[in-house]
Design a protein around this ligand. Structure first.
Ligand SMILES: O=C(O)CCC(=O)C(=O)O
Ligand SMILES: [Fe+2]
Length: 201
């Protein structure tokens, strides 16, 4: 499988999942979302995010007026569903990590949704990588470095692409500027799903 080293610790695996594997993963995710419905998160300052979120695993990442954090339960009060085996298999293959992921965050981008530049830093140990899977419409992923305001480079992530951010890239600023709505036929109504796998504790 080809792998692109974009900068130290930041790897893109283009086309890691073929179309049948993407379809099977979407089926698995529908089950996750039945157990843990998507919510529209609100930043600690009260701004609604354009991305809708849910999670699988021992912890889900949530945000509301009380802050950014990991929670063992969905806001509805139920435990998060388990991370699908199809998703865990990617971690096993690519993360080179001695621990399994404890959170699979599910991000849902509808038309016009985006995610501002941020660091993933609510986890206890940054020596473990973050792995992300893109499904559905193309997303324009912007990658920076650990300093806010530093140079950034943009990459279109396509359905089936997998990104690993570890090592020197683990605390790099990153975000999604926009999606190309309708560019993929994977999801009947369009949109983009992104999964991020993290070790939390
Ligand atoms: O949607 C993406 O590709 C990135 C998502 C992300 O950075 C996050 O959930 O922290
Ligand atoms: Fe992130």
């Amino acid at each position: 499988m080809p792998q692109t080293l974009v900068q130290k610790g930041f790897h893109i695996h283009p086309g890691y999942l073929d179309r049948p594997a993407q379809e099977a993963m979407v089926d698995d995710l529908r089950q996750v979302l039945r157990a843990a419905p998507l919510v529209q998160p609100v930043t600690p300052r009260g701004q609604p995010m354009s991305v809708r979120m849910s999670a699988a695993g021992q912890f889900g990442w949530v945000t509301d007026r009380r802050g950014y954090r990991y929670e063992p339960r969905h806001p509805d009060g139920l435990a998060w569903p388990p991370i699908p085996a199809s998703v865990l298999a990617i971690w096993e293959d690519l993360a080179a990590c001695p621990r399994p992921p404890e959170c699979c965050l599910v991000n849902w981008y509808k038309e016009g949704a985006r995610m501002g530049l941020h660091q993933d830093k609510d986890e206890a140990d940054f020596t473990y990588p973050v792995l992300s899977v893109s499904l559905g419409d193309d997303g324009l992923f912007r990658m920076g470095n650990p300093e806010r305001g530093g140079p950034t480079a943009s990459h279109w992530l396509k359905s089936g692409d997998v990104v690993v951010m570890g090592g020197a890239a683990r605390l790099a600023y990153h975000g999604v500027d926009r999606i190309r709505f309708g560019s993929s036929s994977l999801l009947r109504d369009g949109g983009r799903i992104n999964l991020t796998l993290r070790v939390v504790t």
